[in-house]
Design a protein around this ligand. Structure first.
Ligand code: ADP
Ligand code: MG
Length: 473
């Protein structure tokens, strides 16, 4: 993680060098070595490095160097959570030493007036969460036209948590912004694409991740909402032959019990294995699994520890593990002694950042795929699939709704959008692009509003006619 590049080999301001010396930091970490010189030159930078690699100082030092103690806002840093805002602000405080910069946090859940009052006494750097920063801007406590530097920490989480419209809101108001820094442990392609919308020819810096022995098995993921995980699991299980054995991992005992109950209801013979069973019961189940009497078990990580069964050809992560290493331990259950194994992860929108983290940490190639087709001879899904708007949403939680109204009747994209804004009484941020093809009109809508939108169309005419809306996949 550390390099041989010494901080004192850079011509940093004396105040910063002093505080680095004081806290005993001598050498830059890899991500610091790679990004600090670029950021100091004024370039836009996207920096990716794993958790704990020193990203805060990677953007902190160039920002602190650039700001002067004038009491006028020069830099805005946004983080996804309050805790992180505090953490970043604390590290900035430590690093700035005697620089005399006024650094203030701005986040929800605390007295707004108090925060406003201390801002009015002067501030050079704000570290905040998007919601409160927007709120304070609208109330005139923050002037976003002042800061020239904008930074997003944990950019992947921010964009995954649906903050993208907020970030656009902020960047549009930062009229004098001339440098943008984005730091994150992972950068899924969609986020890099999105970042280009508000960055200026960013340099992309990826630092190396750790290595770990990965068993030679095929790894797949299926993007699927909670609602339909059981459906996908049904698809996976009905492909297995009588030789195959399967382990399904859940994160909690309760989830194991639920999965067992539901699978039994759908006529799959499975056994649950978790820490609430006594030693005797566990051993019994494990033996039956080893003998092949039980083909499938549903287990928590702890209960599955030490399971060494050659016949396992399928591992399913019903939940993605919270702890990254568990992923490797889980998938290592299959593909033993040269047998071909597969591991499938069922990944809901909430799990997606965790999957990216796993892939980035271990350099894994997990193939993003659809649930497998039903095998020949089976013409009905073991578990039926349900409506779930969340599944068709893009990373920002938007779904495209197809309206059977032809573009000439629909009017302008603005009038279509404002129809929805009125009908749903929603913020314009919940509505995305409107576009047209020869026969239909399309509008993207936040998942939280799609059901309402479909209902509104059933109740009210649009442009004098009854219009049907269907989710467009
Ligand atoms: P990340 O944001 O990449 O997860 P942090 O910025 O939180 O990582 O840094 C992790 C820890 O390493 C922090 O405690 C930080 O103070 C420390 N650290 C960062 N850079 C250095 C360095 N060059 N020398 C010594 N400690 C460092
Ligand atoms: Mg960090």
């Amino acid at each position: 993680m550390f390099t041989t590049t010494r901080f004192d080999s850079w011509d940093l301001p004396q105040n910063l060098l002093d505080s680095l010396e004081k806290i005993g930091w001598e050498c830059a970490t890899q991500v610091q070595k790679d990004t600090i010189p670029l950021a100091r030159s004024g370039k836009d930078v996207i920096g990716q490095a794993r958790t704990g690699s020193g990203k805060t100082a990677a953007f902190g030092l160039p920002i602190l160097e650039r700001c002067q103690p004038t009491g006028e806002l020069q830099a805005l840093i946004l983080t996804p959570t309050r805790e992180l805002a505090n953490q970043v602000a604390e590290e900035f405080q430590t690093l700035q030493g005697e620089s005399g910069l006024l650094i203030q946090t701005v986040y929800g859940g605390t007295d707004l007036e108090k925060q406003a009052k201390s801002l009015s006494n002067g501030v050079d750097i704000i570290v905040g969460t998007p919601g409160r920063v927007m709120d304070m801007t609208e109330r005139g406590h923050i002037n976003l036209e002042l800061p020239t530097l904008f930074c997003l920490d944990e950019a992947d989480r921010m964009l995954d948590m649906g903050f993208f419209p907020d970030i656009m809101w902020v960047t549009e108001r930062m009229k004098n912004r001339d440098q943008t820094l984005l730091f994150s442990a992972t950068f899924p392609q969609e986020i890099i694409d999105a970042a280009h919308e508000f960055m200026n020819e960013p340099e992309f810096i990826l630092t190396n991740t750790e290595e770990l022995d990965i068993p030679p098995i095929d790894l797949y993921s299926i993007n699927i909402g909670r609602t339909n995980k059981l459906w996908a699991l049904g698809r996976l299980m009905c492909r297995m032959s009588s030789e195959d054995q399967t382990i399904i991992f859940c994160n909690t005992k309760r989830m194991v019990d639920l999965a067992v109950q539901r699978l039994n209801k759908h006529r799959f013979v499975v056994e649950g294995l978790h820490g609430d069973l006594n030693q005797n019961q566990r051993e019994k189940i494990l033996n039956r699994f080893k003998e092949g009497e039980v083909k499938t078990i549903v287990a928590t990580d702890v209960a599955a520890r030490g399971i060494d069964v050659d016949g396992i050809t399928l591992v399913v992560n019903y939940d993605l593990p919270v702890d990254l290493d568990s992923f490797i331990h889980r998938v290592g259950r299959t593909g033993r002694i040269g047998r071909k194994g597969e591991a499938w992860s069922l990944v809901s929108r909430d799990d997606a950042p965790q999957l990216s983290k796993i892939m980035a940490t271990y350099g894994l190639d997990i193939v993003d795929s659809e649930a497998p087709e039903l095998p020949e001879g089976i013409d009905r899904d073991p578990v039926s699939r349900q409506d779930d708007f969340g599944e068709t949403a893009d990373v920002f939680g938007f779904v495209t709704l197809q309206l059977d109204i032809d573009p000439s009747a629909a009017g302008s994209s603005r009038s279509v959008a404002s129809w929805f804004q009125r009908a749903l009484r929603c913020d314009e941020m919940a509505l995305g692009d409107v576009h047209f093809d020869a026969e239909s009109t399309f509008i993207s809508i936040h998942t939280s509003k799609v059901g309402l939108a479909i209902k509104a169309l059933q109740k009210h005419d649009m442009a004098g006619q009854r219009v049907t809306g269907t989710v467009f996949e």
